[in-house]
Design a protein around this ligand. Structure first.
Ligand SMILES: Nc1ncnc2c1ncn2[C@@H]1O[C@H](COP(=O)(O)OP(=O)(O)OP(=O)(O)O)[C@@H](O)[C@H]1O
Ligand SMILES: [Mg+2]
Length: 406
């Protein structure tokens, strides 16, 4: 898995709300590899939906960066303003000391240094703003350049029909690249299949909306696409002219999936797509997503509040607790070696169809104040085994290693 290209890179993502900076997501980092299912679990309110919405640019992120297909699509300003504030404070302290020592040349030098630092940060902030705003255009330009370079190499010493064929191939790719809309290559399937579908729109209108927003007007093409998507998600074309309320929960979620896949996404963020559904329907929707993943080569970020749903479906699983990521590992590894006490508490909540196990199963309640002593050293996100990360301090790190014989 590690050798694969990450399609999505989330770096120190922060999403704060309101004047008081409520930290819905606080310094979360992870990569998602091409073709995998990446599960995110955690209890209600821990910031799963906010993470998904921040990734697909429904918010201006507070801090950190998001890269999609190698292109920076979001970068928050707070990292720079924080850095400036910290540097101002440190400089003020140094200046005070220098003044006491009567070193006026030193004071001037500090002031100059601070000025240069601020200018540098502001430049980086400007670049962040540009990437955030113009990511589609920048990605198009990058792709065009890459294609031209690639084909310049391929065309060296080639002539005749072979040359024509290559040029034709190149021009086709360039045409596609010129019309590429990077941000629509990420789509979200929303948590609530009822409120996320406009009740006054027909299924046809709902599914076609993204194409229309892109400026596509060819009605025949749009209708064909709508029918094709309906069939792909296990509905039929006769459903196109009905309204969302005429469908069951599972069917509505299929409509939500059709609306997403019509944009030919590379990445789908499925936000608790089955938690509102009956258990019997849940497996159907998960199977549908899994089939689409294979057919369309999709990468899926699958959000759930319960580990049992993501276990069989996810290649890797990230566990979130109150805006932070506390553990991240391959699916089997996480179940075999759960280290963070919050992960253990989530695992202890999963019932198994084994009466003996059920008799012995003790629910572990996670109480952060009792589970950790962070008075001397706070936690950081550390790689304890290759690909297995856990939020811990040095003492915990050593303890986990011992416990698991690492
Ligand atoms: N637009 C907003 N303004 C202010 N606070 C918000 C906003 N959106 C989310 N929050 C808060 O951020 C926290 C995380 O919310 P989020 O919806 O991401 O949680 P979640 O993990 O998806 O929970 P659930 O499992 O219930 O869907 C919550 O405390 C929520 O109240
Ligand atoms: Mg949510």
């Amino acid at each position: 898995m590690e050798n694969r290209e990450p399609i999505l890179q989330v770096r120190h993502l922060r999403q704060y709300f309101g004047r008081k900076d409520f930290k819905a997501v606080d310094d979360v980092s992870f990569d998602v590899y091409q073709g995998e299912v990446f599960g995110i679990v955690g209890e209600s309110g821990c910031g799963k939906t906010t993470t998904g919405r921040a990734i697909i640019k429904l918010y201006n992120i507070t801090g950190g960066e998001v890269f999609f297909k190698g292109q920076r699509i979001s970068a928050g300003p707070r990292d720079f303003t924080d850095a400036i504030a910290a540097e101002r404070k440190a400089t003020a302290q140094r200046i005070e000391d220098l003044k006491k020592a009567g070193d006026s040349a030193g004071v001037q030098a500090e002031k100059q240094k601070l000025k240069a630092f601020i200018a540098e940060q502001k430049k980086a902030m400007e670049e962040a703003r540009r990437d955030q705003k113009d990511c589609n255009k920048l990605y198009r330009e990058r792709r065009e350049k890459e294609i031209k370079e690639e084909y310049a190499k391929k065309l060296q010493g080639v002539s005749g029909d072979q040359k024509h064929a290559l040029e034709h191939e190149r021009d086709k790719l360039l045409h596609e690249a010129a019309h590429e809309n990077l941000v629509t290559r990420m789509q979200m399937v929303f948590q609530d299949p009822i409120s996320s579908l406009n009740p006054r729109m027909t299924v046809r209108e709902i599914i076609a909306e993204g194409l229309r927003i892109q400026g596509i007007k060819d009605e025949k093409y749009i209708n064909e696409q709508v029918y094709q998507m309906l069939e792909m998600v296990g509905l039929v074309r006769e459903h196109a002219d009905r309204y969302p309320h005429e469908f069951s929960g599972g069917q509505r979620q299929r409509i939500g999936i059709a609306r997403a896949i019509i944009m030919k996404p590379d990445l789908i963020i499925a936000d608790e797509p089955v938690s509102a559904l009956d258990v019997s329907i849940q497996a159907q929707v998960i199977n549908l997503l899994n089939n689409l993943r294979k057919e369309m080569g999709l990468t899926i970020v699958f959000i759930a509040h319960d580990l049992s749903v993501v276990k069989y479906f996810s290649d890797r699983i990230a566990v979130m607790y109150f805006g932070k990521m506390v553990e991240l590992a391959g699916s089997d590894e996480l179940f075999a070696h759960p280290m963070h006490p919050y992960t253990r508490s989530l695992l202890s909540a999963i019932p198994l169809p084994d009466p003996d196990y059920e008799q012995r199963r003790k629910r572990i309640v996670y109480q952060p104040a009792l589970a950790h002593d962070y008075s001397k050293e706070g936690p950081t996100f550390r790689e304890i085994l290759p690909g297995h990360f856990v939020s811990c301090n040095s003492v915990e790190f050593e303890r986990y290693k011992k416990e698991f014989g690492i």
